[in-house]
Design a protein around this ligand. Sequence first.
Ligand SMILES: C[S@@+](CC[C@H](N)C(=O)[O-])C[C@H]1O[C@@H](n2cnc3c(N)ncnc32)[C@H](O)[C@@H]1O
Length: 281
Amino acid sequence: MTVKDSMEKAAHILKENKIESPVKEAGVLLAYVLKKDVSWLYAHPEHCPGHDELTEFDALVNKRSKRMPLQYITNSQEFMSLNFYVNRHCLVPRPETEILVGEALKWIKNCCRDRVRVLDIGAGSGAICVSIAWYSGKTIIDALDISKRALLVAEINAKKYHVDNRIKFINADFTQWENEEIYNIIVSNPPYIPRKEIETLMPEVRDYEPLAALDGGRDGLKFYRSLAPRIKKLMAPGGAAFVEVGMDQAEQVVNIFRENGLNTSVFKDLAGIDRIVRIFF
Ligand SMILES: C[S@@+](CC[C@H](N)C(=O)[O-])C[C@H]1O[C@@H](n2cnc3c(N)ncnc32)[C@H](O)[C@@H]1O
């Protein structure tokens, strides 16, 4: 069986299982098995993969047909032009979170301090904290997560990009955690899906991503209500916090922080959706 035949067969199976881009994903999976670029496949359509390679490819196509996210199969996701290791213990980093990192980095760049202390609440794969550490050498970061397994992923990524010496990983429930430090900047992409909506999400998210990364309580706003009254105790004077919010949540999140005497501004994502709330006082 050639590369071309294998890809056509896999694309057909993926399409039958309602995968949105079956040809593209068949290519990604075969390239992953053969340890080549997708472009190599198109340049070598008559190449015949070995028996073991075809067996592995079939197994991966089968996993994807059961709607396991492609990123958990290939253990990788690009974020902020970095390649993150991911597995099913962490959320797959999303493009909209890059807006949060971009705004946080702008703030850090304009801050005249030599050292900027950062707190990442709900670090997951480390997408936010590792990117901030990678793009700004003056940051020292505490990265907190309730999931020990997610933090292990974050550590892998911090080591991969040689920023592990500037990130302290803290396995704790934020709602119970007592801070010993104060921070110049707080970043968080918290779980914000209203609990009853989780059932309606696509199978890749609903059946595979960690519930703790999704479940924002009854109305999705549990985390913001827990952060707002504590923020003055966590933040150094002149500091700022950047939090991601779900679609249609920005106004309610702004109100939660305003009710606690805090100032806010809102940034949109590339789809024009209000996505990041900046908090300052
Ligand atoms: C939406 S994910 C974000 C992961 C990563 N920061 C990103 O942007 O891709 C939220 C993360 O918050 C963590 N989390 C949920 N509840 C928490 C809590 N009470 N205390 C600390 N971390 C929590 C979850 O384990 C998950 O890793």
